[in-house]
Ligand binder design. Structure first.
Ligand SMILES: C[S@@+](CC[C@H](N)C(=O)[O-])C[C@H]1O[C@@H](n2cnc3c(N)ncnc32)[C@H](O)[C@@H]1O
Length: 208
């Protein structure tokens, strides 16, 4: 079994949102995609000995994926306390190699100082409620605190991500597409499950 598949298996025990809140776009990154993102970050030397920050960590999928590799420190930031409590329980379910600091706060106005971080994030897209590119404010935070970030966006975001990075003196160095099924949990989903097409970008930031 590859280490990516093993990581996906380990993340399979991560519990999701008990009462997902649609305005916050609360759904879990599937374990397979989270493992893929962490594996690519690890191959690029962006995890080991780094401070990894998961912005909008929910119940901890990306933070815990990183904590299963060899980071210095992991911080998960989430605005809603309910999933943060689940994240703490999930940390006990996986045999993480690093402790995670679960921080309640706004990822777009961080309550703690961080720099030179590796940011992993699957932020709200804002596509459903007409608030197109709600992920922009999360990228702003990444530009502030990260040396490198891995971010999940809705399909068709490449031009946006590249021009955002260029404006901040950064560069998108890798991109890949993924798709996954979301269970029906919000009113605007009219089918049993909805297939979501996403794009993942690795961006190297020029620390301001
Ligand atoms: C698509 S979910 C991703 C959850 C988790 N990172 C994962 O990958 O499974 C987006 C998360 O961002 C959180 N969120 C939304 N706005 C936020 C904000 N301003 N600050 C912190 N977290 C926020 C939501 O509550 C939700 O948990």
């Amino acid at each position: 079994m590859t280490s990516r598949r093993r990581l996906a298996g380990e993340l399979g025990v991560v519990a999701g949102f008990e009462e997902p809140r649609a305005p916050l776009e609360q759904y879990n990154t599937p374990p397979g995609l989270a493992a893929h993102i962490v594996h690519v970050a690890d191959l690029n030397d962006d995890i080991e000995d780094s401070t990894v920050v998961d912005l909008g960590c929910g119940t901890g999928m990306l933070a815990l994926g990183a904590a299963l590799r060899g980071p210095n420190r992991v911080v998960g930031v989430e605005i809603d306390p309910a999933p943060l409590a689940t994240a703490g329980e999930n940390e006990r379910r996986v045999a993480a190699r690093a402790d995670v600091d679960w921080v309640r706060g706004d990822a777009t106005d961080l309550p703690l100082a961080l720099d030179d971080a590796t940011v992993l994030m699957n932020p709200p897209f804002g596509a459903q409620d007409g608030n197109e590119h709600a992920d922009r404010a999360f990228l702003d935070t990444a530009a502030e605190i990260a040396r490198v970030s891995y971010s999940v966006h809705n399909e068709g975001s490449r031009d946006f991500a590249e021009s955002f990075a260029a404006d901040a003196g950064g560069e998108v160095t890798h991109a890949f597409a993924a798709e996954f099924d979301l269970p029906r949990q919000f009113d605007h989903h009219d089918n049993e499950a909805q297939t979501v097409d996403v794009e993942v970008f690795r961006t190297v930031w020029d620390q301001r």
